[in-house]
Ligand binder design. Structure first.
Ligand code: V47
Ligand code: SF4
Length: 383
């Protein structure tokens, strides 16, 4: 059902006929063209975008806002690649500030959560030349022996492409092996910006956009769902953001395998792109809103709170976002090292619930695949 009052207000206002046409399409659940997506970025102001994005968000998810109980394992920050925006990686020969966890150290991290109701481990790191496919497959298997109930969300196509090539297996064979050892889904990293010219400028040497999309497509075909990200707010233009989302929307039409879309704000501390100023909060909110409006076949838009901080996360819940990731428990360094205001990212379940409730939304603890674990609106514990 279109929401006549909000649309009527827009139609009676002084907004341009072009934007009124876009609003009418959104309220009638019609798909936007790339040109219309670009117009939203270039011509629409924040309040207008918020009304449209909130309409789409509430049509899809009502006022539900999802989070999970998760922790990260970052096996190493040693990386064979040299992405210009990365504050985290070190070269193999560069010992200063680098780490490399053994299998035992990673299993010890999992053991630390014994008896705690965490539902997901997120494994992602640098591309270490000596950590290969069989090493990671065995690691996943051992994690599942310790915690059969834990969902393992692991490895981006950047890591997979490298480990599959080294092991001389196809993407399908490599993904099947990881699935057989317990891989549950893939995180969304490594996508950056698909436009080939921009990609060449910021991360020339890692897997191409085509390879990223193809590994996700193969994963979806094998019943391995995944997330998608977009690194924005650096040298890309609005046209590149829409091109990026169009490629994702097209693949989602084909496979339906993406769980969520996560815009990642470029942070500029201690990397080769430090001279580029970071995007403003207004731009961050506009970007969440356009993503929500344009990606009509994605069920969820996630704001990754360790990257944007708690205040912007709360605001984002009115601009299309319905998921804020999880407890994290100070287990990731990617954004801490890139200059996020969250220097020791950890939130208890109570803090996540209260952050969501303060923003007037309805907290739902989910598992990785968005099945409800606990509905905190009705839970007596936090009523
Ligand atoms: O691909 C690296 C980004 C990504 C910077 O799937 C940076 O649930 C901003 O993908 N400024 C890895 N971003 C993290 C990632 C992710 C995070 C949270 C949840 C999920 C999920 C996935 O981090 C990289 C890159 O795009 N990144 N450096 C930086 N300076
Ligand atoms: Fe390596 Fe990932 Fe950093 Fe690129 S973003 S240098 S692939 S750790």
């Amino acid at each position: 059902m279109p929401n006549p009052s909000a649309l009527d207000l827009i139609l009676q206002s002084k907004i341009s006929p072009k934007l009124k046409g876009i609003a009418t399409k959104v309220f009638h659940k019609e798909r936007l063209t790339s040109a219309e997506g670009i117009s939203l970025y270039k011509e629409a102001e924040l309040g207008f975008l918020g009304i449209l994005a909130n309409f789409v968000r509430e049509e899809k998810q009502g006022d539900y806002t999802y989070f999970n109980r998760n922790f990260h394992i970052e096996p190493t920050n040693i990386c064979v690649f040299d992405c210009k925006f990365c504050s985290y990686s070190r070269l193999l020969k560069q010992k200063d500030g680098s780490w490399e966890l053994s299998e035992q150290q990673m299993l010890d991290i999992v053991r630390k959560y014994e008896g705690q109701p965490v539902t997901e481990v997120h494994i992602v790191g640098g591309v270490h030349p000596k950590m290969g496919l069989q090493f990671f497959a065995d690691l996943i298997k051992k994690i599942k022996v310790l915690r059969p109930d834990l969902h393992v969300k692991a490895f981006t196509p950047v890591e997979m492409d490298y480990m599959f090539r080294k092991a001389k297996v196809t993407a399908r064979e490599g993904l099947l092996l990881l699935k057989e050892h317990g891989l549950g889904s893939m995180p969304g990293g490594g996508a950056e910006i698909f436009d080939e010219e921009i990609r060449k400028e910021i991360c020339e040497d890692k897997c191409t956009s085509e390879e990223w999309l193809s590994i996700h497509e193969t994963a979806h075909g094998l019943g391995i769902p995944s997330n998608a990200t977009m690194l924005y707010g650096h040298i890309e233009k609005y046209e590149h953001r829409i091109d990026h989302m169009l490629r994702l929307r097209t693949l989602q039409d084909k496979t339906g395998g993406f769980n969520t879309f996560i815009p990642l704000k470029f942070r500029n501390k201690d990397n080769q792109m430090s001279a580029i100023p970071e995007s403003t909060v207004v731009e961050d909110l506009r970007n969440y809103a356009v993503s929500r409006i344009f990606l009509d076949n994605f069920d969820h838009i996630k704001a990754y709170w360790p990257m944007i901080g708690r205040t912007t996360t709360q605001l984002a819940l009115n601009f299309g976002v319905d998921d804020i990731d999880g407890t994290i428990d100070d287990t990731t360094k990617i954004y801490t090292m890139a200059g996020s205001e969250e220097q020791n990212p950890a939130m208890s379940t109570e803090e996540l619930i209260s952050l969501i409730k303060q923003a007037g939304r309805h907290p739902i603890e989910r598992d990785t695949l968005y099945k409800t674990v606990t509905d905190y609106k009705t839970s007596p514990l936090f009523a």
